[in-house]
Design a binder for this molecule. Structure first.
Ligand code: AMP
Length: 196
């Protein structure tokens, strides 16, 4: 049976991490969050963590080469799963291409990209709230948050267009209760999974 490989897409603070938690349980998928991986490296003060921090602290993207090799290893170490939820990856067209190639080597592919749609003002308010609770340094400064949104629009949004050309991009309203958003995500995912 083909894997169910989903990209959970949307700007920072759109709820990807929260929704991914519930989706992995419901669909039995393996969660890969490159942001979480970088934060883990950072908390252990590894060379990769120190490098990543120099970008994260400015709201910029960690270079593709570094991010892609980290992601590749995580995928290759976990190929016995039912599928993956990619959260916060791919964030550039080059990452999307690398992901497609990596999966194609195994006869697999991305099943769908599902985008949580939330506007910029809502995002800034949500992230500031999250920063106050979690202590994430890049969630505390409105200028860094705005920069992450700018980077999202210029470098990351094209990833949705890239998958749209294969009819694989879907949008879900990212505003409402966590349960409502989850139900809408599941409806979209079920229609994709049913067609696999
Ligand atoms: P996130 O938790 O997904 O918002 O990621 C936090 C930060 O980690 C981002 O602002 C980037 O600096 C870095 N990061 C996470 N994922 C990626 C990625 N796929 N490509 C480049 N940088 C990333």
């Amino acid at each position: 049976m083909a894997m169910l490989n989903l990209i959970l897409f949307g700007p920072p603070g759109s709820g990807k991490g929260t929704q991914a938690e519930s989706l992995i349980t419901k669909y039995g998928l393996f969660h890969i969050s490159t942001g979480d991986m970088f934060r883990y490296e950072l908390s252990n003060n590894t060379e990769l963590g120190v490098l990543a921090k120099s970008y994260m602290s400015k709201g910029e993207l960690v270079p593709d080469e570094v991010t892609i090799s980290m992601l590749r290893k995580r995928v290759e170490d976990n190929l016995d799963v039912r599928g993956f939820i990619f959260d916060g990856f791919p964030r550039t067209a080059a990452q999307a291409k690398a992901l497609d190639d990596l999966l194609a080597e195994r006869g697999e592919s991305i099943s769908a990209l599902v985008e949580l749609v939330v506007d910029e003002e809502e995002i800034v308010q949500r992230i500031l709230k999250r920063g106050a609770a979690s202590g994430r340094a890049d969630d505390k400064d409105p200028n860094i948050i705005r920069n992450r949104f700018t980077v999202y629009k210029s470098e990351t949004a094209p990833v949705a267009d890239y998958y749209a050309q294969f009819g694989k991009s879907h949008k879900v309203q990212g505003v409402g209760s966590i349960e409502e958003i989850f139900d809408n995500l599941c409806a979209t995912i079920d229609s994709v999974a049913g067609a696999l």
